[in-house]
Ligand binder design. Sequence first.
Ligand code: HEM
Length: 344
Amino acid sequence: MTDTWPDIAPAAGTPACGPPSFAPERGWWVTRHADVRTALTDPAFRVPVVDSGPPGTLAWLRASVSRFSSPPRHAERRSMVVTALAALDPDELRQEAARLTVAVLDRAGDRVDVMRELARSVPLRVLAGRLGIADPVAAGTAVAVVAAAYHPGVDVAVLRRADRAVATLLAVVPPAAPEVRANLIGLLVQACDATAGLIGAAAHHLLPLPGGDPSGAGRTAELLTEVLRLDPPVRATRRVTVSAVRLGGRDLPAGSQVLLRFDAANRDPTVFAEPAALRPGRPGAALLTFGAGERGCPGDRHALALATGVLDVLRERCRRIEAPLCHEPHPTLSVAKTLEVSVR
Ligand code: HEM
């Protein structure tokens, strides 16, 4: 067993920390920890508005969930999500995720694709089951289709498939007011790719290769916190300025498109000593991967619990198979396509 872990280098394309920078083709990038925190909490920076559509479609879903709501509606919708999550016990989620992971590994041959068999399915099945969804397996499949179309800019065929997936989900979500049901689905969609991305990144960084030390030291939850910081599944989030605002010494005009780069800010050397070092239990860990303020992730403890349940079992029973890691194409998320491990 090793006591120390190798450094984790920044993923390709991660900018260095510096003052907010502007380029016409991409808008503003915010990379310093303090500037990202300010932008997440300053009302001059708003979540971009989304268009609505007929009831029961993807566009309706996006326009109904707290994630994309503007201030007058956000607090009320967020409270629907927070109420649903308050009924779930993170420790019980962890245990159930571990139980399902053991079942998958017991059924598998000597190899398993962590992304397909575990990361993309176990967290959603556990969450959907605990939220009272009638068919957690079907819901998990439909949520993945919606998640692929959730952020603006996807083509029409993907949108049509997502419309059908929303209809599937509405058929299995418990009866309630339409907005409550939309936010229950929104919660699963938010959980989907980010939690899968975390599990994939953690399996990549934490599992030993054949012939390596059995496993490095450290509690899984603390290791995951460092993986979230150094290889965040959510690399960035978007805002638009609603008025002229000064940030980090730069003047941003009203209407500026802003990308808050968690991947860079989580490595800000003014906040994290030796930023590339994976140090479980870092004092005062202030990672930004779950956002911050009124819109910060309400499922952070749930995400960590679910990923811990899966990774506890993987660390016990699996070794990574050396292969190049490819990620799904996405502007702000980082989710491995496949990741094979050997099983014992
Ligand atoms: C590693 C996994 C996860 C990461 C990194 C993550 C990250 C984030 C971030 C950064 C935001 C805020 C986005 C912004 O301010 O623009 C957010 C929002 C949200 N997340 Fe997560 N999340 C994860 C897992 C989950 C899970 C498991 C759930 C539910 C159980 C969840 C539910 C939500 C919801 C409902 C919102 C919208 C909150 C609001 O509208 O106020 N997330 N998440």
